[in-house]
Design a protein around this ligand. Structure first.
Ligand code: C2E
Ligand code: MG
Ligand code: MG
Ligand code: MG
Length: 290
């Protein structure tokens, strides 16, 4: 019996594996085509200063509609990351985000930054620094308006290489943020040494911030850690007024989340910042409601 079960288990396992493999192959080839045909786009989620609720920038998030069907990044990014396709996609994202962000800048308000997510493979790409240099030049976006987000696990692997890359990028004036902070394993001594400027508090801590004392303690601790290391903290996933109030109590300087805005198409985000003239200290939500 055991033998037969074992064999069945192996068969089921192999069938499952090849189903997965053909699924990622399918995603990969359609994604490749989407990139060539210009079927990818970026949406922008406003990032807000907690103290005055003004927009300080946006995170660029990739969207793919395949045959009328939105495919979530959580599904296709990991597939792209298995191959060099992520490098081509990532280059397109960087170029598009910098081009669009250059268009947001105007004399009426403080410079707006754009945050771009980098996959591990992209971060390790030997051509990254040169690529970013040329994209900044061609777009005219000031380097300090570009922020690159990498996850804790990317940050904390291959530490010597990471250090060199971060130094090269920060020497260009580009800023670095640690995404989904609190979900991985960060060595605090490296965090101290690395030229990163922002910790993004993972949205999983935000969900029960008002009711779960442990989540509140974690957010407090991350915000305090950021302050002690001279970094700023940005909380992700703020969905309610209550969460915003609780966040304010922690002293967290920046946030983003559905409470202020879902990620917006490029034109909608550009309109939003165009009406923010710096005089009317635009409460983002009022601006959207109006
Ligand atoms: P992330 O970088 O942590 O992005 C935040 C995710 O949370 C986004 O999901 C965003 O739409 C979502 N979000 C924002 N506010 C709220 C909120 O208030 N509540 C909830 N529940 N969710 C909120 P999205 O766009 O589906 O992206 C998922 C992940 O895919 C991103 O997580 C990032 O890791 C990856 N990703 C997205 N775009 C890119 C890209 O251009 N390049 C790379 N390498 N990865 C990307
Ligand atoms: Mg991110
Ligand atoms: Mg995140
Ligand atoms: Mg995330």
């Amino acid at each position: 019996h055991a033998k037969a079960d074992g064999r069945n288990a192996v068969c089921a396992y192999t069938a499952g594996m090849s189903q997965l493999a053909s699924r990622s192959f399918r995603i990969e080839s359609r994604l490749q085509r989407a990139l060539q045909e210009g079927a990818l786009r970026l949406v922008y989620q406003p990032q807000v200063d907690v103290s005055n609720e003004r927009i300080v920038g946006a995170e660029a998030l990739l969207r793919w509609t395949d045959d009328g069907q939105a495919v979530p990044p959580a599904e296709f990014i990991p597939v792209a990351e298995e191959t060099d396709l992520i490098l081509q996609i990532g280059e397109w994202v960087l170029r598009e985000a910098c081009r669009q962000a250059a268009g947001w800048q105007c004399s009426g308000h403080a410079p707006l930054s754009v945050a771009v997510n980098l996959s591990a493979r992209q971060f390790r790409d030997p051509n990254l620094v040169e690529l970013i240099g040329s994209i900044l030049r061609e777009s005219g976006l000031p380097p300090e308006c570009l922020e690159l987000e990498i996850t804790e696990s990317t940050l904390m692997s291959r530490l010597d290489d990471t250090c060199q890359r971060l130094q090269a990028l920060s020497a260009m004036g580009v800023r670095m943020a640690v995404d989904d902070f609190g979900t991985g394993y960060s060595s605090l001594s490296y965090l101290k040494r690395f030229p990163v400027s922002r910790l993004k508090v993972d949205q999983s801590f935000m969900r029960d911030l008002c009711t779960d004392a442990e989540d509140a303690a974690i957010v407090d601790a991350v915000v305090a850690l950021a302050r002690a290391l001279g970094l700023d903290a940005l909380a992700e996933g703020v969905e309610t007024a209550e969460q915003l109030e609780a966040l304010r109590d922690t002293g967290c300087r920046y946030c983003q989340g559905y409470y202020f805005s879902r990620p917006l198409p490029a034109e909608a985000f550009a309109r939003l910042v165009a009406v923010d003239d710096g005089e009317r200290v635009a409460v983002l939500r009022k601006g959207l409601a109006a």
